[in-house]
Design a protein around this ligand. Sequence first.
Ligand SMILES: CC(C)(COP(=O)(O)OP(=O)(O)OC[C@H]1O[C@@H](n2cnc3c(N)ncnc32)[C@H](O)[C@@H]1OP(=O)(O)O)[C@@H](O)C(=O)NCCC(=O)NCCS
Length: 172
Amino acid sequence: MIYTIRPWAVRDVKEVMRLIREAAAFHKALDQVKTTPEDFVKDGFEKDATFGCVVAEVPPEAKSKEGHTLIGYQFHYLTYCTWDGPILFGEDLYVAPDFRGKGVGTSLLNKAAKIALEKGCSQFRFISTKWNQPALDFFTKRGAVNVTACDHWELCHYEGEHVRKLAEYMRK
Ligand SMILES: CC(C)(COP(=O)(O)OP(=O)(O)OC[C@H]1O[C@@H](n2cnc3c(N)ncnc32)[C@H](O)[C@@H]1OP(=O)(O)O)[C@@H](O)C(=O)NCCC(=O)NCCS
């Protein structure tokens, strides 16, 4: 199958949003998507972008049944580890169901690894849900180490009210 892997452009934003919603539905979390195409244009193109996205595109003659030519994406941003220095964090990796098993996911991952090296990163980090065994197999087969299983790290975050409360305590 012929396809291209390239950085996203403003013209892709609506289609990437469609794929993000597909990926969220796959993760049973569509109701948690709060971002809009306008957010991506503003945050990704109109000011110094802190994140990047690469897309997989097929030629018009190979478009999906629904008429789409963008068939996959991978989001990433630079972060910093006090132990390892710069790290590229992969936020999403997604390929539309009809185009899976043809090497597109691997190509998107290859491109993310290339970007990580270009930015001087020693790691490409990402999270995957525990129930998504096919994805865990996909990543492990390509050399990923499950640090939750090996080192017992737990991923945590504060959100909404708790962030506000923490910030409030700072002022007192
Ligand atoms: C994980 C994912 C990105 C892989 O993309 P992909 O384009 O299918 O990847 P590839 O074709 O490069 O490799 C897929 C592997 O599954 C095999 N495969 C065969 N048929 C397949 C099919 N119909 N669907 C999926 N995988 C298939 C491939 O042979 C390959 O095997 P390998 O790991 O032994 O090489 C894709 O399945 C996906 O988007 N899944 C849903 C979202 C997800 O789980 N994302 C990752 C966690 S955030």
